[in-house]
Design a protein around this ligand. Sequence first.
Ligand SMILES: Cc1cc2nc3c(=O)[nH]c(=O)nc-3n(C[C@H](O)[C@H](O)[C@H](O)COP(=O)(O)OP(=O)(O)OC[C@H]3O[C@@H](n4cnc5c(N)ncnc54)[C@H](O)[C@@H]3O)c2cc1C
Length: 184
Amino acid sequence: MTLPVGGQNFLVVGDGSLALDPLSGNGIFYAIGSGLAAGPVINSLINRPQDGELALEFYRARIEQVFTGGCRSAREFYAAEQRWPDEPFWHVRRHWPPAVSPADPLPKPVEFGKKPVVKNGFIAREDVIVTADYPRGVWQVDGVPLVRLLDMIRADDGGGIFPGATAAQTATARKWLLSQNIID
Ligand SMILES: Cc1cc2nc3c(=O)[nH]c(=O)nc-3n(C[C@H](O)[C@H](O)[C@H](O)COP(=O)(O)OP(=O)(O)OC[C@H]3O[C@@H](n4cnc5c(N)ncnc54)[C@H](O)[C@@H]3O)c2cc1C
């Protein structure tokens, strides 16, 4: 599979993969972030070619999410301009990308699914929890896989330390589940 962001023998990083509005002042941060994400993707493309498409899917979703998030924050910057909001330059920028309708219904419930994540330096498909804030899914918090922890909590009726994790790690992961109203 070849995508605009990469293929079996190439990967586009930094400004080449996404160039945000300079107003954000975050170009270097995003360039380094994409470089860090590229490591396990390249490792998978070279050493686990059978997972190559999965790795590219992971990379593309990451780039798309970062780009969309960057464009949304730029829109807020432009919307702060008060003198010429209806002039063509400002008008276009303060309305793109379109905001989510304020009349939108209740927040989406969390979803469970399998998505590509970084695991031991490779891209692998794991059970994740997808929320509105984390559309690419969260696999683990503080080293504790959330879906397996949730299964354990439901089976044990609450108690227990996750196998292989410390009490503090388990507590941190539980707190995340609590913060998302997945457990109470
Ligand atoms: C005027 C300006 C101000 C900015 N201010 C900020 C700021 O305040 N904060 C911030 O975070 N970001 C800022 N940015 C954005 C930031 O500079 C970029 O997002 C960041 O440098 C991207 O890093 P990169 O490694 O992807 O690309 P680059 O830094 O552009 O590196 C690409 C390198 O590849 C080299 N190259 C190109 N073609 C070839 C080739 N064929 N063979 C070999 N080498 C090649 C180039 O010479 C260059 O050295 C600014 C950008 C500009 C233009």
